[in-house]
Design a protein around this ligand. Structure first.
Ligand SMILES: [Cu+2]
Length: 319
């Protein structure tokens, strides 16, 4: 009697197990490398936020800046939507303008529910472990530092793996205006800011590891989505440039122009003359100036031509 009872129990347990497996199959996904996790994360969460304007206000030499980290869907080229990790919902992140000697009070809110983020300003001397520290999901971090060095600087997320955080869009430009200005300030007619960067195919993690982007772009978008920059014949043009990378050097060049002034890293003390192409490493910057001598369309490119071919081009249209 007891044996029959045990047998019946065994049959019931087996049937129940089979039913459970039928309705709730085991997760059979293979382990993934960090890049694949990135892609799955973006598809899985389906939690995106719209761009949020940064809040910036000044009291004397103190500048209070509120920024966010957030996941935002962005169109980066015709037919390509990227689940970007961003500062304030745009790629590049907001352009910040401060003065040499200012004290920055950064309030950094992490709206990404899935991972920590951080903000590393190339414009400051500060202990990274304290001042560029990770901010956990749904938390805020407060950081204070001074901007003693004038120039054009990159800022970016410094959370590991940094390569992925920057490649997915977490970078921007901070301009630290020199106390005594630039020698050419009173001759400049128009200023434009440009950030070069690469986009990698979200479905191919090897492309990011090996530095083979699907697009190389200025200001986050492919050439075909760019409006020409407008200028007039005879004007002196200033371009403020950051190369956010994360991997490719910029061979910064304007077809039809010689740069009569170049300020390396945007520092007025580091001025060059008569430059044709300026090397800007990932994480580096420059200011270039030239005078438009004739009406026409002047392509602004990376003269590393494979990158121009992949979208690193924008037209300066002079009337
Ligand atoms: Cu990040």
């Amino acid at each position: 009697m007891r044996k029959k009872y045990i047998l019946a129990l065994g049959v019931v347990a087996t049937v129940l197990t089979l039913l459970l497996l039928y309705f709730f199959p085991l997760n059979t996904e293979e382990p993934t490398n960090p890049s694949n996790q990135t892609i799955r994360y973006a598809k899985k969460t389906e939690k995106y936020s719209h761009p949020i304007k940064p809040v910036i206000h000044r009291k004397g030499h103190n500048v209070y800046i509120q920024m966010t980290a957030q996941v935002t869907k962005l169109k980066i080229a015709p037919g390509i939507i990227h689940q970007a990790w961003t500062f304030n919902g745009t790629v590049p992140g907001p352009i910040l303008k401060v003065n040499q000697g200012d004290t920055l009070h950064i309030s950094f809110k992490n709206l990404d529910p899935n991972m920590p983020h951080s903000v590393d300003f190339h414009a400051v001397n500060a202990s990274p472990s304290k001042n560029f520290a990770n901010v956990l999901p749904n938390k805020s971090g407060e950081f204070v530092y001074t901007t003693d060095t004038p120039g054009i600087f990159m800022y970016h997320c410094d959370t590991e793996p940094v390569l992925e955080h920057v490649a997915n869009g977490m970078f921007g430009m901070i301009i630290v205006k020199p106390k005594s200005g630039y020698p050419t300030d009173n001759q400049v007619d128009r200023t434009f800011t440009l950030i070069q960067s690469e986009w990698y195919d979200e479905s191919n993690s090897n492309s990011l590891q090996n530095g083979t982007p699907q697009a190389v772009v200025f200001n986050g978008k492919d050439f075909s989505m760019q409006k020409p920059l407008a200028a007039r014949n005879g004007e002196r043009i200033r371009l403020e440039i950051v190369n956010a990378g994360p991997n490719h050097f910029s061979a910064f060049h304007v077809i039809g122009a010689v740069f009569d002034r170049v300020y390396l890293n945007g520092n007025p003390a580091d001025m060059l003359h008569g430059q044709q192409t300026v090397t800007i490493p990932p994480g580096g910057s420059a200011i270039v100036e030239f005078v438009v001598k004739e009406k026409g369309d002047y392509p602004i490119i990376s003269h590393s031509l494979m990158d121009m071919q992949k979208g690193a081009k924008i037209i300066l249209h002079a009337e």
